[in-house]
Design a binder for this molecule. Structure first.
Ligand SMILES: Cc1ncc(COP(=O)(O)O)c(C=O)c1O
Length: 374
């Protein structure tokens, strides 16, 4: 039997959470009978404009391989040249393209953990080596830029991945710190994954970062615009980086419907604003209500929060019995924590009721009350 390449054979699968139909059926639930707090998406769902555009779409033809209209629209909105924009089948495809284009076998990349697993997987598939600088709960997962710089220098990192705000911790690094890192590491590509940035209450734009040749901003339309099933993301970077990604991308990866829905969604800014407002209300409500139940809620800049529940597996199972799906963070190396994606305040009330009914606080949360942010 022919074997895959040795480093591929050795790869462990990356776990992405959510819940399978099989697990739901085992518990006697249909999908529409549970509320899924394990995903981090716009609580209002997709824009009605995107839904209407999809319903009217025809798709028997090949997509425009260069997504000309969509790229043009993104470039115009971001105030960048079209040669600085590349669209892809979700931002996860861009992570893979970056590793393919920039990592030779044996070369290094740095991740700031605990974080999204695809950075490490993409690098390892390219034959590269991952070095992790790990933030800790004791420091409220604060990102230590001095340590990251030292690690990247020491390992001659080709890429440093910074998820901002980070999944699953919700910690937001400052644009000034990222800029300083990029200036200190001109031989490394600093990839800033902004999948959840649209939900952050921060007036300062990260766009000026793209004036640096070694910065890549990754954006996803699957969270803020709730297009997860259609798959759409884009990157903003220097044109030389975009050219390199373009060379390794598979053809037609952004399908006709995703291009049409993306354009319609971008045109409905009001929908995104309402989703962001709902997230802000839900974050405040969940933090206060769960703290009152003596659960430890970590501060988050994003549209999800971490709860320290002592035993994530037990907490997830207990909530599932009440029709509530949350993300067990054991696969992030955080077996004490569950992650809760913020949904509408009304749905969050169901979450809080389930936490109370399941007596989540007694599962083993070590401290009480919300922890104030750095
Ligand atoms: C931090 C982060 N980046 C990227 C992605 C992938 O997003 P997309 O749906 O755009 O591929 C995810 C998905 O969960 C994520 O959490």
């Amino acid at each position: 039997m022919i074997r895959p390449r040795a480093h591929v054979d050795a790869l462990a699968p990356v776990y992405h959470g959510s819940i399978s139909d099989a697990e739901l059926a085992g518990l006697g639930f249909r999908r529409d009978q549970v509320i899924d707090f394990s995903v981090n998406s716009n609580p209002l769902g997709p824009s009605p404009a995107a839904i209407a555009a999809v319903q009217a779409a025809t798709w028997s033809h090949y997509p425009d391989d260069r997504a000309t209209v969509l790229r043009g629209e993104l470039a115009c909105r971001e105030g960048r040249g079209v040669e600085q924009v590349i669209v892809a089948n979700g931002s996860s495809e861009l992570i893979w393209l970056l590793a393919t284009a920039f990592i030779d076998p044996g070369q290094s990349a740095v991740v700031v953990g605990p974080t999204f697993g695809e950075y490490a997987r993409a690098v390892r598939i390219a034959g590269g080596v991952i070095h992790e600088h790990r933030a800790t709960p004791e420091d409220q997962f604060t990102v230590d830029f001095v340590a990251i710089e030292a690690l990247a220098r020491d390992r001659r990192a080709r890429i440093v991945f910074i998820c901002n705000p980070n999944n699953p911790t919700g910690v937001l690094a400052s644009i000034a710190d990222i800029e300083a890192l990029a200036l200190k590491l001109p031989e490394s590509l600093i990839v800033v994954d902004e999948a959840y940035r649209p939900f952050v209450d921060e007036p300062r734009s990260s766009l000026p970062l793209t004036e640096l040749d070694n910065i890549v901003l990754l954006r996803s339309l699957t969270k803020d615009y709730a297009l997860a099933g259609l798959r759409l993301g884009y990157a903003l970077a220097a044109s030389a980086v975009v050219d390199a990604l373009d060379k390794v991308r598979p053809p037609w990866s952004v399908n006709v419907i995703a291009q049409i829905a993306g354009l319609a969604a971008l045109g409905d800014e009001e929908h995104l604003r309402r989703g962001r407002d709902e997230v802000r209300r839900a974050r405040a409500y969940v933090t206060e209500a769960l703290s009152a139940l003596e659960l430890r809620v970590l501060p988050s800049a994003a549209n999800y929060v971490l709860l320290d529940v002592g035993d994530a597996g037990m907490a997830r199972s207990a909530l599932l019995r009440h029709g509530i799906v949350v993300r067990d963070c054991t696969s992030f190396g955080l077996p004490n924590f569950i992650r809760v994606g913020l949904r509408t305040v009304q749905e969050c009330e169901r979450l809080v009721a389930a936490c109370e009914a399941a007596d989540l606080a007694s599962i083993g949360a070590p401290q009480c009350g919300a922890v104030s942010g750095p």
